[in-house]
Design a protein around this ligand. Sequence first.
Ligand code: FMN
Length: 203
Amino acid sequence: MNRLDFPTPIDREIKLDPSLIIMSKTNTKGIIEYANDYFMEICGYEEYELMGQPHNVIRHPDMPKVIFKLLWERLHKGENIHALVKNLAKDGRYYWVLTNFETKYNESGEIISYYARRKAAPENAIFTIEKLYKTLLAIEKNQSTEVAEKYFYGLLEEKGQTYDSFILNVLNVSQSSLQNYFSDTSIIKENSNKKGFLKRLFS
Ligand SMILES: Cc1cc2nc3c(=O)[nH]c(=O)nc-3n(C[C@H](O)[C@H](O)[C@H](O)COP(=O)(O)O)c2cc1C
């Protein structure tokens, strides 16, 4: 077989365990302060490579800037948000996640950190969002992020949707079932993950 018949690593998807959560915590600037075992296992980095690094270390080039702009606008306002994100592993493979971004405050009401809890994105949602992201990325590349942003908000306006209702629509779920998607049962499963910290430490 010719070498070119093999897919390049960047074209290969990492299959995620649908019951496990990929979790990370950052400071207010998006610098990684903590990531769980499953995060490390999937992205292929070790703790010492990730801690203290900006979160864009796993940014995939197929992700449009507009989505992160929207994410940060919401986080700065202290609003939680869900997003479908394509991430890049160390070896060039990719994985799609549905991410729940959450803001944490101290007792004085100041934002102190952000949490991201991710689960495998549903196949049908990837199909829809990938098409949109390709369009946004093409507009960003040929025009600008501002033009792509106007297009995105124009699209939402035409559909009579907010970003949040648009995401629910893409996922084809209600607000309450979206919350259940990140239920506590999954965390228990995550903690019993055989490829946990100790196993990786001693393997
Ligand atoms: C808690 C938290 C988790 C994040 N997780 C991801 C992630 O999984 N993938 C990603 O590309 N960006 C993630 N980001 C956004 C990055 O900080 C960054 O804005 C994004 O990668 C785009 O990079 P850029 O701002 O350099 O263009 C996260 C941000 C926060 C606050």
